[in-house]
Structure formats: C-alpha cells, structure tokens
Design a protein around this ligand. Structure first.
Ligand SMILES: *Cc1c(COP(=O)(O)O)cnc(C)c1O
Length: 397
C-alpha cells in the first residue's frame, strides 16, 4: 500500500550537531519545576555544590566563574578580565572558532596577531615558538587557542603550548577554549598549565544553552586589565556570598537545576569512563567514514586520527552532496546533522556531533541513516561502513 504522505521522519527526532547536544531526559525532568526562591534556601546550596564538580571536569583547583550567556559571552568575559587597550593577543586559528574569539578581541580594541593553520591541521608548536621568540618586547599578552575546533574537528595540543611558553620564557597567558571539548575530550587545566579556560553548558555538559564558565588562575587574575566592566568581572562571580545570592541579577534558576543533574550523571559514570565512551564512539564514526571514503567523495576532514576530536567529526562530501545528505537525513529520516560551518563551499562539508549524552545505538542509528541517505541520493561510497562501525562497538563494549 502506498500512502502519499507517509514519512519515515516521524518519531523521536535526533539532533546530531556539535552543540547543542542531546539533553538527557533526567536533566529535562529536573528543570520541569516551579521557580524556586532566589533569595535564600535550596538554590544557594545547589549553586554552591556546582563549583567543585565544575572544577573536577576541568581537572583544576583554580577558580570558576559562572556566567548567564552562551560561549560567546564566556569569550568576551575571559578577555575583559585580562586585557587592556593596545595589548596584543596571539590567535592560533585551526578553524572558525579561534578566529571568532580573535574578532571579539579586535572589537575590544586589542591588536590581534594570527597564525592561521587552515582547515585541516592542528597548531604547529614550532611556529608558535618562533612567534614568541620574535616578540622581544613582550607585546603578546595572551595566546588564544581552541582545544577542539568544532568547525574542523581538530584537537590541539594545549599542554604543548605551555611547554613552548616555558621553553621560551614568555609570560603570555595561555587561554583555551574548551566549549566543545569539556566533558568529552580529556582536558587537564592545572597539569597542562592553562591560565584561563572558557566553556559552556550545552555541549559535553548536556544542559540547554544559556550558561557558560570562565576558569582562571591567580596569575590570570593578577593581570587584570582596563577593559573589565562590572557585569563581566569574574571576581564578583567567584565570591559565593555575593554571587550565589544575587547573580548580578536573577539567577538562571532552571539551568542550575539541570546542570546539577548533568554533573551528577558525569560523576556517576566517572570522568575516565565518559572520556573512554567518547573515544570509542568517535572511533566508530571514523571506521564508517574510512569505508565510505574507499570510493567516491566522502572523506574525514582531519587525516591523522591522533589529532581528531572525540566530540565531533567534520567531513567533506563534495559540493553539493554534503548539503543534500543533511537535507535527506533531516527530512526523510528525522536525523539532523551539522552544517559545514565556516567552510567554503559550505554545501561540501558537514559535521556529526557525538558529544555528551550519546551511546552506541544512537551512533549506529546516525551511521545507518547516513548510509541510507548515501544510497537514496546515489552518492558514490565504499561498502562495509556499518559492518566496520559495528565491529568497533563490539570490540569496545
Ligand atoms: C560552540 C562553540 C563556541 C560558541 O559557543 P556558543 O555557546 O554558541 O556561543 C565557541 N567555541 C567552540 C569551540 C564551540 O564549539
């Protein structure tokens, strides 16, 4: 029987983009409640309890300031606390995101020196060393680097940047964007010598977009520049007496409840197990792509597996195949893949998010749906992708 308006997209939709990520039902349920008293009681204790767990996921004993805003807010907040007009920052661009952070610095009156590694490579530490050695006058006040660039899915060696800074004896701050990686790819703020780190709640932390975090150490705090305005001042936001009670305005009440639940879930699973799950699922995705790439236009964006993120995979499919595949998956099968953000032509690239609340059956579902789309659209592709993916799941589970 042929029914004209039949759609295989009906059913539970799946957003497999690299943020916002899948929100666990437990987090949604936690948020489904009446507004609490914001002036005293439970909400303050709950907020207080978030701080040690937020530090634990970043492996730090330093400070964390909670902002009401997305990752862009954390970018601006981080800069506002440490730079002064006329300062220079060194932007290490491995995709769209660090460039965006640098543009924000430009808007704030900061001189931006950029080393652009393009869309397929990670940061070359030797080039960073040369740039720092050339800075005899010590103009560079901070290095801005993205741990995982969500547009290219490259993972950068942040600990390596600290080694370079120390080897050169340069005292620029090391500032890292972990918005895509926190809670997905291992990141060790203190062991890696990171001075400032920015993150947001809607990726590995599995909470609806709307709150973000700036982590900072004493060295960064001592750099206090002339751009810091009252709302972005991290000092007020790390002082419990003041901040947990007033949040410089109304607390983001429901986000705090949701985040509490998400952090409980990460704690219960164990951070190492969370990282291992992300690694296994990323390897599952790569195994499928390795097969598809045997024939036709599909290919992973980052050739070296050691430099790929475990949170997101960026791939090329030729123009306009990537766009056609995304449209097919969304409209025919209820699966939304990520756009080729910041890439040219954008219809030649797409991304698969596998960050946060994601398990084996979800990833196999994503890959199986993509396989169906490739067939339906007659996009040439190598065979055996689902078999190869299943083998990785079988070996890892
Ligand atoms: C998502 C993302 C951002 C931007 O965060 P928003 O919450 O969308 O403002 C910045 N950097 C990276 C690496 C990201 O993945």
């Amino acid at each position: 029987m042929k029914v004209l308006n039949m759609s295989l997209a009906n059913g539970r939709a799946y957003l497999a983009i690299p943020g916002p990520s899948v929100i666990p039902d437990a987090v949604l349920r936690e948020m489904h409640r009446a507004s609490p008293n914001i002036y005293e009681g439970e909400l303050h204790d709950l907020t207080d309890s978030l701080v040690p767990d937020l530090k634990a996921v970043a492996m730090t004993n330093q400070n964390v300031a909670i902002y009401i805003g997305n990752g862009h807010a954390a970018w601006e907040a981080a800069l506002a606390n440490v730079v002064s007009a006329g300062d220079t920052v060194l932007v290490l661009a491995t995709g769209r995101f660090c460039i965006g952070w640098g543009e924000m610095a430009t808007d704030m009156g900061i001189t931006v020196q950029t080393i652009d590694y393009g869309d397929h490579a990670d940061i070359d530490l030797a080039q960073v060393e040369d740039a720092l050695r050339a800075d005899k006058a010590g103009k560079i006040k901070a290095i801005l680097a993205v741990h995982v660039d969500t547009s290219t899915s490259v993972k950068n060696d942040i600990a390596g940047l600290r080694r370079v800074l120390d080897a050169v004896g340069h005292d620029a701050l090391l500032m890292a964007d972990c918005i895509a990686s926190l809670g997905c790819d291992r990141f060790e703020m203190d062991a890696w010598g990171v001075d400032v780190m920015v993150a947001a709640c809607q990726k590995g932390l599995m909470t609806p977009a709307g709150i973000s975090f700036v982590y900072y150490n004493g060295k960064a705090d001592a750099r206090r520049g002339d751009r810091v305005t009252r709302y972005w001042d991290w000092r007020a936001r790390t002082e419990p007496e003041h901040y947990f009670q007033y949040f410089d305005g109304t607390a983001p009440t429901h986000h705090l409840y949701g985040l509490r639940k998400a952090l409980d879930m990460i704690k219960a699973e164990g951070l190492d197990a969370v990282f291992a799950r992300h690694q296994a699922l990323a390897q599952t995705v790569w195994a499928a792509f390795d097969c598809w790439a045997q024939e036709g236009p599909l290919h992973l964006n980052i050739a070296d597996a050691a430099k790929r993120s475990h949170a997101v995979t960026s791939a090329g499919a030729g123009s306009p195949n990537a766009d056609a595949l995304r449209q097919w998956c969304e409209h025919k099968a209820g699966l939304t893949l990520g756009i080729g953000l910041g890439r040219t032509p954008s219809d030649a690239y797409f991304r698969v998010g596998h960050m946060g609340h994601v398990n084996a059956h979800m990833i196999m579902g994503v890959l199986g749906t993509m396989q169906a789309g490739l067939s339906a659209l007659n996009i040439p592709h190598g065979k055996g992708a689902l078999d190869a993916a299943a083998k990785v799941i079988a070996a890892s589970a």
